[in-house]
Design a protein around this ligand. Structure first.
Ligand code: PBG
Length: 310
């Protein structure tokens, strides 16, 4: 009876697995703040991606972790076809590109030596418009490497429109944009900093949203839709379920939510101590995100949850 009347579904195809590929590693390197998640070698990336796709996940979102010596002020390795992210995308496209959606993180923060999502102006602040040019270069390299969907996680104004125009001008009309429309400056990104070996000092409050604001998220949504977003996202998920509901009610394109590193770490840590039931908590958190309005959920538990669900 409960199955018959359940209002919300959770299916493997709705889940996207974020993955990390690191340059110059022979074996996967565990991320201590995210037990069970690793920075992959190109080999282990392929293997783990196949496992995810076999379990039925709907997509894979890839982040690149360059060697520290390859970082610079403008994040050159991000648009270099031989940069680690583009090599990883090529490997994924080859290995699983016919059976899942290959997504790329289109942001500079992993590749800049200062750790910001854009290039800096002389006063040390992020230069929005100079950054857009770099995003277009990065987007073209990612499309060329085989990415189906570009995740614009940098929160620069005009990034979706600039990337859409750049892709179209290069004939990349089939490459889509997953817009991180409402991305908040969150303390819950903490473990991700270790995951990507971030060099960031300070914070991203000049370009990510203030957790106090709700209306602003709708403004960001409308701008991204007008600029050509194919899917929009709210991030983080758990502390922003009200935003997710509001975005889902208004969006004319599919809506995604990102269950981020800190959300993963909290449930994992509590479960390790025996304080909560891991499987129950994970599935409830994912169902809650779906119920709040997400069509698609990015989660580090994607493969495991897909096994539980099928
Ligand atoms: C930035 C980016 C971040 C995450 C995804 N893309 C970090 C940030 O904005 O500081 C966080 C993901 C997570 O915490 O799981 N390119």
């Amino acid at each position: 009876m409960r199955r018959l009347v359940a209002e919300t579904t959770l299916e493997p195809r709705q889940l996207v697995l974020p993955m990390f590929v690191a340059d110059g590693v022979a074996e996967p390197r565990p991320i201590s703040s995210m037990p069970g998640v690793a920075q992959h070698s190109l080999d282990s990336l392929r293997k783990t991606a196949v496992e995810a796709v076999t379990a039925g996940v709907g997509g894979i979102m890839l982040f690149g972790v360059p060697r520290p010596e390859d970082k610079d002020a403008v994040g050159s390795a991000a648009s270099d076809p031989h940069g680690i992210l583009n090599r990883g995308l090529r490997a994924l496209a080859e290995e699983v590109g016919d059976s899942t959606v290959v997504m790329a993180d289109t942001c500079l923060d992993e590749f800049t030596d200062h750790g910001h999502c854009g290039v800096l102006a002389a006063d040390g602040a992020v230069d929005n418009d100079a950054t857009l040019q770099r995003y277009v270069e990065m987007a073209l390299a990612q499309a060329e490497a085989g990415a189906d969907l570009l995740g614009t996680s940098g929160m620069m104004d005009g990034q979706v429109g600039a990337i859409r125009r750049g892709l179209d001008a290069a004939g990349r009309i089939d490459t889509g944009i997953l817009a991180y429309s409402a991305k908040y400056a969150s303390a819950f990104y903490g473990p991700f900093r270790e995951a990507v070996g971030s060099s960031l000092e300070g914070d991203r409050r000049t370009y990510q949203q203030d957790p106090a604001n709700r209306r602003e998220a709708i403004r960001e949504l409308e701008l991204d839709l007008a600029e050509g977003a194919d899917i929009v996202m709210v991030k983080p998920a758990m502390s922003y379920l009200d935003i997710l509901r509001e975005v889902a009610d208004r969006s004319t394109v599919p809506v995604a939510a990102y269950q981020i590193s800190g959300e993963y770490a909290m449930i994992t840590a509590a479960a390790e101590r025996g304080w909560i039931d891991r499987r129950g908590a994970v599935l409830e958190s994912l169902l809650g995100i779906r119920r709040a309005g997400a069509d698609i959920v990015l989660t580090y538990w994607a493969t495991e949850a897909a096994h539980w669900l099928s």
